[in-house]
Design a protein around this ligand. Sequence first.
Ligand SMILES: *Cc1c(COP(=O)(O)O)cnc(C)c1O
Length: 498
Amino acid sequence: MRYISTRGQCEPVTAAEALLTGLAPDGGLYLPASFPAGVASSFATEPNLTYQQLANRILTLFLSDYTRTELEECIRRAYGENFATPAVTPVTMVSEKLGFLELWHGPTCAFKDLALQLLPHLLSAAARKLRFDREIVLLVATSGDTGKAALEGFKDVPGTKVIVFYPEDGVSTVQKQQMITKEGTNTYVVGVTGNFDQAQAGVKAVFTNEDFRQEMAAAGKTFSSANSINWGRLVPQLVYYFKAWSDLCQHHTLAPGETFNVVVPTGNFGNILAAYYGKKLGLPLHKLICASNRNNVLTEFIQTGEYNRNRQFYQTLSPSMDILVSSNLERLLYDLAGADPALVRAYMEQLQQKGYYRLAAEERERLQNEFWAGFADEAETTAAIRAVYDRYHYLLDPHTAVGYKVYQDYLEASGDDRPTIIASTASPFKFNQGVAQAVLGPEAEEITDEFVLMEKLSAVTGVALPRALAGLQDKPIRHRRVIAPAAMAETVREILGL
Ligand SMILES: *Cc1c(COP(=O)(O)O)cnc(C)c1O
């Protein structure tokens, strides 16, 4: 399978090349030149496929230049003891037709692990295949979870360095502590005095700077991306939607031929895009329900066809979704625009220059056929945590709670009560403040130490703390650098000794 850029101005490449490069040289995102539509519809009817076997089927489709042994080896290393359950991504049904797909049993307690435990192995294999002898420098902009998951995945992987930029005041205490205490001789963590969009723009600017590329090449180094713009982040995310389907069939929640909905708490549009690609492969999905927080640029886009980032940016209880420019939307746009890269370029140009673009009527219709969208504000998010706890004694993190609230809105608006899976994207203990507010009430406000709060929350609810978060508060801080957004390029130079 060959990969082309959404902007159509560079040569097609192999999967290994697409993964190593991350962003296409014309500034676009890589996607398959032809999509293997419909091929995966048989997967769930084969009973008892393990997560690893499903991963193998799906990766084989998309990474056709990797050998069978290479893929098996990568998968074996990615999805083993580092996940707290052999199911990897179990579904917890809270009622007959509603289940949570728990994507947070990995080492950093958020769904990014599913891709980032695998990606380093895929990149190492790609580098070996292509006899690529330069050092791979991963530049990562993070709203919190990607950073830690990338550090965890790439820590001490030979031939790589990871530089993570996070918004200094835009991540939770646990997220920050997870990053700034990270060990590894090849890991660098830098706070930016700006928001996620600024960090992301800074990374993109370094990436697309031709002079910088040449300097890197001269020094025997090359940039790659572990952000969800990398195709190697998206493919692993298809796997758990198929796993969920398989589980629903096995539990007889779904009869053969029946469809289900998924609700995805969304930021950069990577996770929900994977569900969309799953549907193209033959996964029997009805609606893809896109859930946003107060930064509801995607809700507006899906409802009206206009994407407008000229708006107030809010910090919310669900910081991993505090994003106004959803990079992966460009891949969906390519499909909506009938695979015409000239149209994609025009939209991206408008977004760059004016901060907005508006879809043509038939493109909007295509969008609305597949997606439904809604959002939750802060009060609605805490109310959702409370409601689910009271009703099902099940603890949601704020991102997943946004998904639950939007699902309630969807039910009311559509009356469509077919089986539905909500992607549960983080452990509640990663975002204690919001969760404790909802469950413990005013008592939570008296506890200022987040780690004390975490223990308390676990004690009161009887929900066990993930082992990956135990002892985090006592780890020594290893990364103290904080810079202005404008200093990102310079900082990269300094770290790399250029
Ligand atoms: C990254 C993240 C999201 C958003 O996922 P996207 O793929 O960026 O849309 C939602 N919830 C959590 C907990 C996350 O870490």
